[in-house]
Design a protein around this ligand. Sequence first.
Ligand code: PEP
Ligand code: MG
Length: 561
Amino acid sequence: MPQRFKGAGVSPGAGYGPAKRLVRDVPRPDPDARHGGDAAAEAERAAAAMEETARALGELGERAGGDAAEVLNAQALMARDPALAEDVRKRVGEGASAARAVSEAMAVYREMLAGAGEYLAARVADLDDVRDRIVARLMGAPMPGVPDSDVPFVLVAEDLAPADTAALDPRRVVAFVTREGGPTSHTAILARSLGLPAVVACPGADTVAEGTMLLVDGATGEVAADPEPGVVETVTAAAQARAAAAAGAGGPGRTADGHEVPLLANIGGPKDLPAALEHGAEGVGLYRTEFLFLDRADAPGHAEQVAAYRAVLEAFPGGRVVVRTLDAGADKPLEFLPPGGRDEPNPALGERGLRMMRRLPETLDAQLAALAEAERDTDAHLQVMAPMVTDAADAEWFAAAAAKAGVQHAGVMIEVPAAALRARHIAEHVDFFSIGTNDLTQYTCAADRETGGLGRFQDPWQPAVLDLVAASAASAADAGRTCGVCGEAAADPLLACVLTGLGVTSLSMGPSALPLVRAALARAELAQCRAAAEAARAARGPEEARTAAAERLPGLAELGL
Ligand code: PEP
Ligand code: MG
């Protein structure tokens, strides 16, 4: 009997395969477990499990590359730590089983890390993962994390941690479905960057028996268990039609009647440039520079920053490159930035983004100086914007800092409802706006973007969010400023048309979303986008807004949207 589940489709495409669950629980060794008497053989078994775990982690790192490789290589080093090996050998010598010895030795190590300052304490989860892997190996239990399989499968999980996702092999995993997570969660952002069909906030799908055949539609958010004959073909054909339309759409972003909406890429650094160029980005609409600063004890130096910024500017001669200054705090903590001297019970409402830079202006000044230098001798048009700007005083302060450093075009992200409502005052100080719909939705609906189970409120289709987008775009137009969107909302082809109708002047998104958004815009006239925007704002909730918009954009039906 087929079963259907509905979640939020966050990365388009169809995937069909047997369900496989993310393994979280590893059996704990009995606290009294003893080996059978041959201590040397047991110690040998423990050493082999540790070495095999280190090797497997290293291989995973090699496959994943980039930042993930660094995390996984550091984990491999933990498994190979000589002091740990010695402690395990000693405990086995005293009679403990190999699994118990590893578990106990690592508990000591864990305590040391947890008490050794914030930076090392953050590695405790990585250490626990290493322990679980070694113990699972010794106890013959399934490896924690993404399961291994020779057959392509649909990964089903409560939620995915960044380390789980590092191990995702797109050749093995055909789609993923999570119970938790919202459209703006890091899980969703990652799915799009991998180009994997994904549905999040989908309760029920995680309860199907392992091996049940699942059909996942990452555009509509529908998940079918053991679908009827023919359904797989229909859903797959629709996804293929969308992919073909996307592949066929080239050139700059514009509506069917020629209204231009530049399509830009969201990137985390030069490593994302090939994908941006491949998918026809007309420039960069959001360079999230905090990736340069992550996982390090000090800020990158001037030369390193200049090189990372210049590489991006040089990739778009004559094009626009919008760089966001450091957005530290809340969901993006940085090790080297000293805490503000107080605990924050609600970090998302605390000192983050520009607020932190106002306390640490030398960090911002150094970044702005590097940006100004990077622009010299390139043909790109550099625009620099600040995150988490709340009011006109913030905008004025940032614009002055940018001007002092020699940055010619300063702008702000509109992510706080107060900024959207008073955009007219902010526009007096800066050249451009870029709406961060991920945070704007979080703050408008008072729903933490990292908390699962709040999907209805984490939806940029909420009419209240659309009202704030409209207010920002109108204030920008009145002041002769541009107003883009660089939140995940821009990656939703239907919503991209609505945003255009609301007066948004450019759309920036993860590179893999660009072709479908380009194809959608090409099938809508500006008047239809405006009618869809008006109807969506008149709706009483996100579902009604979506339906009302789709009715007014008939050209998108052939994309199955
Ligand atoms: C946003 O908030 O919409 C945004 C683009 O910034 P980030 O997702 O990096 O917070
Ligand atoms: Mg943001």
